[in-house]
Design a protein around this ligand. Sequence first.
Ligand SMILES: C[S@@+](CC[C@H](N)C(=O)[O-])C[C@H]1O[C@@H](n2cnc3c(N)ncnc32)[C@H](O)[C@@H]1O
Length: 283
Amino acid sequence: MQFGTIYPENCIETLKRMDDELIDMTITSPPYDDLREYKGFVLPINEIARLLFEKTKPGGVVIWVVGDRTLNGNESLSSFRQAITFQESGFNVHDTMIYAKNNPIPSDCGKRYRQCFEYMFCFSKGQPKTFNPITQLIKQEKAFKSFRITKVGRNDLAHDHVAPKERKLDNIFFYDECNCEKVLDYSESEIFYYNVGTSSSRDKVAFNHPAIFPEKLVEDQISTWTNKGDLVYDCFMGSGTTAKVAHLLERRWIGSEVSSEYVDIATQRIDPYLSRSSYPQIG
Ligand SMILES: C[S@@+](CC[C@H](N)C(=O)[O-])C[C@H]1O[C@@H](n2cnc3c(N)ncnc32)[C@H](O)[C@@H]1O
């Protein structure tokens, strides 16, 4: 098994070859609701969840990004069924987070509001061993004053003196002026929520894949749950977003992708970034 490699195969095969307790973090997004049949490949969630539990270090996490399909006015709730499967495989459901989309696909949702988010389940093997929270500036210093009784009487104090200037993000993820480590160049950094689709990356070749992750989302999640040098895995690597971002954040990574067409796309996308440095082999 080699770091910095996308294995062109069913993730079950990659996982079976891995040493136990190897992975610090998995971030991935399964094929949504075509689940049973995806380009002819079945998705055995029970086996994937069980293997991920075996191969994850104690304190490691799986970030499982998923949405539901609505068919005949009825949501599939596959997301929650999968979450229950992970829980039954031994993981804690550490947090059910949401990422909100800045530019959801325009569609007429009939008598429903427009679908504009996906779940990001955080499954952990015990308590997460690493948590580097993204913080957000608190902007209301001017608006609020705190009131205190001091030795010299009652005083209004500037908010600065009594309140922290920043706080952890809420678990509905968005971004604006957060104090996170930035390795990628985002000119739209003042925009709330995450851009999806062709405005989520500058790598045009990635758009040949139908369902790419927003790069910023992957950056935020990897920064939160891992440190430099940790191992990040993506069992459904698609266009290679996880590989690119993990590399730029100086994490080691491994991926699996069953479609050779998508492996080619991912390889073309990440090669220019990888040529800057290489990682040692393992196993
Ligand atoms: C939702 S896409 C992931 C996209 C990815 N997050 C990105 O940023 O491009 C799911 C991917 O899983 C792949 N896939 C489906 N079943 C698989 C399996 N059993 N093992 C590995 N890859 C699989 C599909 O070919 C597809 O590219």
